[in-house]
Design a protein around this ligand. Sequence first.
Ligand SMILES: [Mn+2]
Length: 317
Amino acid sequence: MNVVEALRATKSPVLVTHRHADRDSLGSAIGLRELLGQGTICTPDGVARPAQSLLETFDIDPVTRPTKVAHDAIVVLDAPSAERIAPVDPSSPILVDHHEPDNLASRAAASLVDTDAGATAELIVQLADTADWELSPEAALPLLVGLLDDTGFLMGAPPRSVTVAVDLVGAIDDRSADLPQLLDRSRASGEQSARALGTLRATGYRAGDLFVAVTHVGGYETAAAHALRDAGIDLVVVCSEQADGLRVTARASEAFVERRSLGGDILPTLAEEFGGDGGGHASAGVAELSKASFDEVEAFLIARLESELGLTFTTVA
Ligand SMILES: [Mn+2]
Protein backbone atom coordinates (compact mmCIF):
# COMPACT_ATOMS: atom_id res chain seq x y z
CA MET A 1 0.00 0.00 0.00
CA ASN A 2 1.34 3.47 -0.75
CA VAL A 3 1.31 6.28 1.77
CA VAL A 4 -1.56 8.21 0.17
CA GLU A 5 -3.78 5.12 0.18
CA ALA A 6 -2.81 4.37 3.78
CA LEU A 7 -3.59 7.93 4.84
CA ARG A 8 -6.91 7.87 3.01
CA ALA A 9 -7.86 4.65 4.80
CA THR A 10 -7.36 6.05 8.31
CA LYS A 11 -10.19 7.74 10.21
CA SER A 12 -8.32 8.68 13.38
CA PRO A 13 -4.55 8.87 12.93
CA VAL A 14 -2.02 9.86 15.56
CA LEU A 15 0.76 11.98 14.03
CA VAL A 16 4.01 11.36 15.89
CA THR A 17 7.01 13.73 15.82
CA HIS A 18 10.53 12.79 16.85
CA ARG A 19 11.72 13.46 20.41
CA HIS A 20 12.53 17.10 21.09
CA ALA A 21 10.37 18.00 18.07
CA ASP A 22 11.83 20.60 15.75
CA ARG A 23 10.05 22.87 13.26
CA ASP A 24 10.22 20.32 10.45
CA SER A 25 8.84 17.41 12.45
CA LEU A 26 6.11 19.44 14.16
CA GLY A 27 5.36 21.56 11.07
CA SER A 28 4.93 18.35 9.05
CA ALA A 29 2.52 16.98 11.66
CA ILE A 30 0.45 20.16 11.77
CA GLY A 31 0.44 20.50 7.98
CA LEU A 32 -0.58 16.88 7.46
CA ARG A 33 -3.35 17.20 10.03
CA GLU A 34 -4.70 20.21 8.14
CA LEU A 35 -4.53 18.31 4.84
CA LEU A 36 -6.32 15.27 6.28
CA GLY A 37 -8.80 17.35 8.27
CA GLN A 38 -8.24 15.03 11.24
CA GLY A 39 -5.62 13.56 13.53
CA THR A 40 -4.06 13.96 16.96
CA ILE A 41 -0.52 15.26 17.27
CA CYS A 42 1.82 13.35 19.56
CA THR A 43 5.19 14.72 20.72
CA PRO A 44 6.85 11.89 22.72
CA ASP A 45 9.00 14.10 24.99
CA GLY A 46 7.90 17.60 24.12
CA VAL A 47 8.79 20.32 21.65
CA ALA A 48 12.11 22.14 21.21
CA ARG A 49 12.02 25.83 22.02
CA PRO A 50 12.19 27.14 18.40
CA ALA A 51 9.15 25.03 17.45
CA GLN A 52 6.98 26.13 20.37
CA SER A 53 5.50 29.11 18.54
CA LEU A 54 3.96 26.61 16.07
CA LEU A 55 1.98 25.10 18.96
CA GLU A 56 0.73 28.52 20.02
CA THR A 57 -0.12 29.76 16.52
CA PHE A 58 -2.12 26.64 15.68
CA ASP A 59 -3.48 26.27 19.21
CA ILE A 60 -2.33 22.68 19.54
CA ASP A 61 -2.10 20.73 22.76
CA PRO A 62 -0.23 17.57 21.78
CA VAL A 63 -0.46 14.26 23.62
CA THR A 64 2.74 12.50 24.62
CA ARG A 65 1.46 8.94 24.05
CA PRO A 66 -0.78 7.58 21.28
CA THR A 67 -2.56 5.48 23.92
CA LYS A 68 -4.14 8.69 25.28
CA VAL A 69 -6.56 8.76 22.33
CA ALA A 70 -8.53 6.28 20.25
CA HIS A 71 -6.70 5.80 16.96
CA ASP A 72 -6.55 3.46 13.97
CA ALA A 73 -3.11 4.39 12.60
CA ILE A 74 0.20 5.85 13.71
CA VAL A 75 1.97 8.18 11.31
CA VAL A 76 5.63 8.90 12.10
CA LEU A 77 7.06 12.15 10.73
CA ASP A 78 10.76 12.99 10.39
CA ALA A 79 12.17 10.07 12.44
CA PRO A 80 13.98 6.98 11.13
CA SER A 81 14.06 4.81 14.26
CA ALA A 82 11.88 3.71 17.17
CA GLU A 83 14.53 5.16 19.49
CA ARG A 84 13.94 8.64 18.02
CA ILE A 85 10.24 8.46 19.00
CA ALA A 86 10.68 6.45 22.23
CA PRO A 87 8.74 5.40 24.17
CA VAL A 88 6.28 5.34 21.26
CA ASP A 89 6.92 2.01 19.56
CA PRO A 90 4.49 1.35 16.70
CA SER A 91 4.53 -2.11 15.09
CA SER A 92 3.46 -0.98 11.61
CA PRO A 93 3.49 2.80 11.25
CA ILE A 94 2.94 4.94 8.21
CA LEU A 95 6.32 6.62 7.78
CA VAL A 96 7.31 9.88 6.07
CA ASP A 97 10.96 10.82 6.55
CA HIS A 98 14.12 12.19 4.93
CA HIS A 99 16.76 10.68 7.25
CA GLU A 100 18.94 7.67 6.45
CA PRO A 101 16.54 4.71 6.81
CA ASP A 102 16.67 2.77 10.09
CA ASN A 103 14.41 0.28 11.88
CA LEU A 104 11.08 2.06 11.22
CA ALA A 105 11.35 1.73 7.42
CA SER A 106 11.48 -2.07 7.59
CA ARG A 107 8.39 -2.38 9.78
CA ALA A 108 6.29 0.34 8.14
CA ALA A 109 2.89 -0.52 6.65
CA ALA A 110 3.56 2.19 4.08
CA SER A 111 6.47 4.57 3.77
CA LEU A 112 7.84 7.53 1.87
CA VAL A 113 11.53 7.84 2.71
CA ASP A 114 13.65 10.11 0.55
CA THR A 115 17.04 11.31 1.79
CA ASP A 116 17.27 13.79 -1.10
CA ALA A 117 14.37 15.82 0.27
CA GLY A 118 15.39 19.00 2.08
CA ALA A 119 12.80 18.41 4.77
CA THR A 120 10.02 16.02 5.71
CA ALA A 121 7.66 18.98 5.10
CA GLU A 122 8.72 18.83 1.44
CA LEU A 123 7.59 15.20 1.29
CA ILE A 124 4.21 16.14 2.80
CA VAL A 125 3.74 18.62 -0.07
CA GLN A 126 4.66 15.86 -2.50
CA LEU A 127 1.96 13.64 -0.95
CA ALA A 128 -0.60 16.45 -1.18
CA ASP A 129 0.25 16.83 -4.87
CA THR A 130 -0.14 13.11 -5.52
CA ALA A 131 -3.39 12.88 -3.58
CA ASP A 132 -4.73 16.14 -4.99
CA TRP A 133 -5.28 17.55 -1.49
CA GLU A 134 -5.71 21.30 -1.48
CA LEU A 135 -2.89 23.22 0.20
CA SER A 136 -4.86 25.63 2.37
CA PRO A 137 -2.98 28.54 3.98
CA GLU A 138 -3.25 26.68 7.30
CA ALA A 139 -1.53 23.62 5.80
CA ALA A 140 1.03 25.56 3.79
CA LEU A 141 2.23 27.78 6.66
CA PRO A 142 3.62 25.10 9.03
CA LEU A 143 5.06 23.16 6.08
CA LEU A 144 6.90 26.25 4.83
CA VAL A 145 8.26 26.89 8.33
CA GLY A 146 9.55 23.29 8.48
CA LEU A 147 11.11 23.41 5.03
CA LEU A 148 12.83 26.79 5.53
CA ASP A 149 14.13 25.79 8.94
CA ASP A 150 15.50 22.38 7.94
CA THR A 151 17.23 23.75 4.83
CA GLY A 152 18.72 26.81 6.57
CA PHE A 153 16.47 29.09 4.50
CA LEU A 154 17.17 27.05 1.34
CA MET A 155 20.91 27.67 1.56
CA GLY A 156 22.41 25.19 -0.87
CA ALA A 157 19.03 23.44 -1.23
CA PRO A 158 18.36 21.50 -4.46
CA PRO A 159 16.05 23.11 -7.08
CA ARG A 160 13.26 20.76 -6.08
CA SER A 161 13.18 22.12 -2.51
CA VAL A 162 13.19 25.69 -3.83
CA THR A 163 10.26 24.90 -6.14
CA VAL A 164 8.25 23.45 -3.25
CA ALA A 165 9.06 26.49 -1.11
CA VAL A 166 7.83 28.82 -3.86
CA ASP A 167 4.58 26.83 -4.12
CA LEU A 168 4.13 27.07 -0.36
CA VAL A 169 4.78 30.82 -0.33
CA GLY A 170 2.08 31.14 -2.98
CA ALA A 171 -0.32 29.09 -0.88
CA ILE A 172 0.03 30.80 2.51
CA ASP A 173 -1.97 33.82 1.35
CA ASP A 174 -3.13 35.94 4.29
CA ARG A 175 -1.24 33.79 6.80
CA SER A 176 2.03 35.35 5.63
CA ALA A 177 1.78 37.79 8.56
CA ASP A 178 2.42 34.84 10.90
CA LEU A 179 5.64 33.84 9.19
CA PRO A 180 8.23 36.14 10.86
CA GLN A 181 7.51 35.06 14.43
CA LEU A 182 7.34 31.37 13.45
CA LEU A 183 10.79 31.67 11.88
CA ASP A 184 12.32 33.82 14.59
CA ARG A 185 16.02 33.02 14.73
CA SER A 186 17.00 35.50 17.40
CA ARG A 187 19.34 33.80 19.80
CA ALA A 188 18.25 32.96 23.27
CA SER A 189 20.91 33.89 25.83
CA GLY A 190 21.57 30.18 26.40
CA GLU A 191 22.25 29.77 22.72
CA GLN A 192 24.78 32.58 22.74
CA SER A 193 26.70 31.09 25.67
CA ALA A 194 26.59 27.60 24.10
CA ARG A 195 28.30 29.05 21.00
CA ALA A 196 30.98 30.70 23.12
CA LEU A 197 31.52 27.85 25.61
CA GLY A 198 31.40 25.17 22.93
CA THR A 199 34.12 27.00 21.00
CA LEU A 200 36.31 27.73 24.04
CA ARG A 201 36.13 24.15 25.34
CA ALA A 202 36.79 22.48 21.99
CA THR A 203 39.74 20.18 21.44
CA GLY A 204 40.97 20.50 17.88
CA TYR A 205 42.46 17.76 15.72
CA ARG A 206 44.04 18.07 12.32
CA ALA A 207 45.13 15.66 9.62
CA GLY A 208 46.21 17.42 6.43
CA ASP A 209 43.41 19.80 5.52
CA LEU A 210 40.81 17.94 7.60
CA PHE A 211 39.85 19.67 10.87
CA VAL A 212 37.90 18.00 13.67
CA ALA A 213 36.65 19.59 16.90
CA VAL A 214 35.16 17.80 19.90
CA THR A 215 33.48 19.77 22.65
CA HIS A 216 30.79 19.69 25.34
CA VAL A 217 28.02 22.06 26.44
CA GLY A 218 25.10 21.95 28.87
CA GLY A 219 22.46 22.60 26.20
CA TYR A 220 21.84 24.26 22.81
CA GLU A 221 24.18 21.71 21.20
CA THR A 222 23.13 22.67 17.68
CA ALA A 223 24.07 26.32 18.27
CA ALA A 224 27.51 25.25 19.50
CA ALA A 225 27.95 22.96 16.48
CA HIS A 226 27.03 25.74 14.06
CA ALA A 227 29.54 28.14 15.67
CA LEU A 228 32.37 25.67 15.06
CA ARG A 229 31.19 24.78 11.55
CA ASP A 230 31.04 28.50 10.76
CA ALA A 231 34.69 28.67 11.80
CA GLY A 232 35.57 26.16 9.07
CA ILE A 233 35.82 22.93 11.09
CA ASP A 234 35.01 19.87 8.92
CA LEU A 235 33.68 17.59 11.64
CA VAL A 236 32.15 19.05 14.78
CA VAL A 237 31.09 16.76 17.63
CA VAL A 238 29.22 18.33 20.55
CA CYS A 239 28.43 16.25 23.64
CA SER A 240 25.93 17.07 26.37
CA GLU A 241 25.09 15.16 29.53
CA GLN A 242 21.47 14.01 29.69
CA ALA A 243 19.59 12.43 32.58
CA ASP A 244 19.78 9.06 30.83
CA GLY A 245 23.16 9.26 29.10
CA LEU A 246 25.15 11.37 26.69
CA ARG A 247 23.75 13.16 23.64
CA VAL A 248 26.19 13.55 20.75
CA THR A 249 25.32 16.15 18.12
CA ALA A 250 27.46 16.13 14.97
CA ARG A 251 27.80 18.33 11.89
CA ALA A 252 30.15 17.81 8.94
CA SER A 253 31.43 19.62 5.85
CA GLU A 254 31.10 18.31 2.31
CA ALA A 255 34.79 17.44 2.35
CA PHE A 256 34.12 15.13 5.31
CA VAL A 257 30.91 13.68 3.86
CA GLU A 258 32.84 12.60 0.77
CA ARG A 259 34.70 10.19 3.05
CA ARG A 260 32.14 9.22 5.69
CA SER A 261 28.42 9.75 6.42
CA LEU A 262 27.46 10.89 9.92
CA GLY A 263 23.94 9.42 9.88
CA GLY A 264 24.83 6.37 7.84
CA ASP A 265 28.10 5.45 9.50
CA ILE A 266 29.77 7.50 12.27
CA LEU A 267 26.79 7.94 14.63
CA PRO A 268 25.44 4.37 14.32
CA THR A 269 29.00 3.15 15.08
CA LEU A 270 29.03 5.20 18.30
CA ALA A 271 25.65 3.73 19.26
CA GLU A 272 26.96 0.22 18.61
CA GLU A 273 29.99 0.86 20.82
CA PHE A 274 28.32 2.68 23.71
CA GLY A 275 24.69 1.51 23.52
CA GLY A 276 21.78 3.67 22.43
CA ASP A 277 20.79 5.04 19.06
CA GLY A 278 22.48 7.11 16.40
CA GLY A 279 21.55 8.33 12.93
CA GLY A 280 20.48 11.27 10.81
CA HIS A 281 21.71 12.74 7.55
CA ALA A 282 25.11 12.45 5.86
CA SER A 283 26.18 15.87 7.16
CA ALA A 284 24.10 16.20 10.34
CA GLY A 285 22.89 13.82 12.99
CA VAL A 286 22.56 12.88 16.62
CA ALA A 287 23.35 9.89 18.82
CA GLU A 288 21.84 9.27 22.23
CA LEU A 289 24.27 7.02 24.09
CA SER A 290 23.22 5.16 27.19
CA LYS A 291 26.59 4.42 28.79
CA ALA A 292 29.39 6.70 27.70
CA SER A 293 31.49 9.52 29.10
CA PHE A 294 32.61 12.51 27.08
CA ASP A 295 36.29 11.43 27.26
CA GLU A 296 35.52 7.88 26.09
CA VAL A 297 33.52 9.12 23.12
CA GLU A 298 36.26 11.54 22.09
CA ALA A 299 39.01 8.90 22.33
CA PHE A 300 36.97 6.26 20.50
CA LEU A 301 35.94 8.64 17.73
CA ILE A 302 39.43 9.92 16.97
CA ALA A 303 40.93 6.41 17.03
CA ARG A 304 38.15 5.14 14.78
CA LEU A 305 38.56 7.97 12.26
CA GLU A 306 42.31 7.39 12.17
CA SER A 307 41.99 3.68 11.46
CA GLU A 308 39.13 4.01 8.96
CA LEU A 309 40.49 6.97 7.03
CA GLY A 310 44.16 5.97 7.34
CA LEU A 311 45.05 9.31 8.92
CA THR A 312 47.06 10.44 11.91
CA PHE A 313 45.55 13.35 13.78
CA THR A 314 47.64 15.84 15.69
CA THR A 315 46.07 17.86 18.46
CA VAL A 316 45.76 21.55 17.63
CA ALA A 317 46.75 23.48 20.73
MN1 LIG B 1 13.72 17.11 9.15
